[in-house]
Design a protein around this ligand. Structure first.
Ligand code: GDP
Length: 361
């Protein structure tokens, strides 16, 4: 799937750059263009991709300091300039625009949903948001910001692909140490997903490759989506890899998802990457049926991604995953954080928890 990436805020810019680098280094050509937008000049200076400073009149290049309402207002005011900047990168071949943002901060948290809304007004191609959720140990303001932003993004974007900052890092690392690892993992996994829709089927080399439309159809339920990943050593003989494929699929879904403990979904897409002669058709078919049983979805697509590696890697994209305990748990944390910020007592807190978080706009 050919995509144009736009990172909003600090995390958004860093992850976007990493994704563009990965796609370039691997020679996939799925990332057609990448740019970073921020209200903080200093965060843009460390990036090598094209950048745009917004909100200059209001915050003078110093950022919005975690105020996501201000982040949303600035983006609403300057969306035309941002979209003009993006136009040059949006070739006729682009099949989706992907906005990347940390949902716990200010510029990305507020800016991503505002930009998604504006982009959807003028473009026919899908507008997806990759949203990074704060880890459990991050402060209350991050949780509260992310809760409000998440709701608003899920409403505005064609799909919100969620990544929990606790999911793809080694336990015990600090958040800072973990960023590089998380960003590398996001780049590799999302990079493979985008690239998987780019392979042309050439006779028997790749019998059942994934098409961009299958990624788009998997994300079609809207709302939220998650991505799972796992890899394992593989035998040279496809016949011996049935278990490698089914067990990596199980690991991708049960322990490797971008938001832990998400198993129910409306749609699914299984991509098995590796040397074509190592990929067992029977393994792919079994793994696909297993995902259907496990997620309760009747719409699980499957395909191969020829990749010159001695390992087999499995990607599982799930669409329409709102009904997950882990997301409910996060929303509860966000509501509690929002409540604590407002300084309400325990009774009021209880009442608040049972109510909905306000939308950002
Ligand atoms: P903004 O610049 O105002 O949009 O704020 P940030 O992008 O810094 O958003 C803060 C959130 O992003 C927090 O939850 C951070 O943990 C997270 N974050 C900041 N930098 C990174 C990064 O490089 N990678 C990841 N995965 N998360 C980050």
């Amino acid at each position: 799937m050919k995509v144009v990436l736009i990172g909003v805020g600090q995390a958004g810019g860093k992850v976007t750059q990493r994704l563009a680098e990965y796609d370039y280094d691997m020679g996939f050509g799925a990332v057609q263009g990448a740019m970073a937008v921020n209200t903080a000049q200093a965060d843009l200076q460390s990036l090598d991709i094209d950048t745009m400073l917004i909100g200059r009149d209001r915050v003078k290049g110093h950022g919005v300091g975690g105020d996501n309402e201000l982040g949303a207002e600035i983006m609403q005011d300057e969306a035309t300039e941002v979209m003009d900047g993006l136009d040059a990168k949006l070739s006729t071949e682009a099949e989706a625009v992907v906005i990347v943002a940390g949902l716990g901060g200010g510029t990305g948290s507020g800016g991503a949903p505002a930009l998604a809304r504006e982009l959807k007004r003028i473009h026919d191609i899908p507008v997806y948001v990759v949203g990074v959720l704060p880890g459990r140990d991050e402060g209350a303001i991050y949780q509260a910001n992310a809760g409000r932003s998440l709701k608003t993004v899920a409403r505005e974007a064609d799909s919100l692909l969620l990544i929990d900052n606790d999911a793809w890092r080694t336990a015990g690392e600090s958040m800072e140490e973990g960023y590089q690892e998380i960003n590398d993992n996001i780049a590799q996994r999302l990079g493979l997903l985008f690239a998987s829709g780019e392979i042309e089927a050439v006779d028997d080399i790749a019998e059942s490759v994934v098409d961009s439309s299958e990624i788009i159809n998997t994300l079609r339920p809207g709302g939220m989506a998650v991505l799972g990943y796992a890899s394992a050593a593989a035998s040279e003989d496809a016949g011996e890899n049935v278990n490698a494929i089914t067990s990596t699929t199980r690991n991708a879904l049960l322990t490797g998802t971008s938001v832990p403990n998400v198993v129910e979904a409306e749609t699914g897409l299984l991509v098995v990457a590796g040397q074509p002669e190592r990929i067992s058709r029977k393994g792919v078919e079994r793994a696909r049926s297993w995902i259907e049983e496990e997620t309760g979805s009747m719409q699980v697509r499957g395909g191969d991604f020829p990749l010159d590696s001695e390992r087999i890697a499995t990607l599982v994209l799930l669409g329409g995953v709102e009904r997950s305990n882990r997301i409910d748990e996060f929303m509860e944390r966000a509501r509690e954080a929002a409540d604590a910020q407002e300084g309400a007592g325990p009774d009021a807190k209880e009442a608040f928890v049972n109510e909905e978080l306000d939308d950002l706009f």
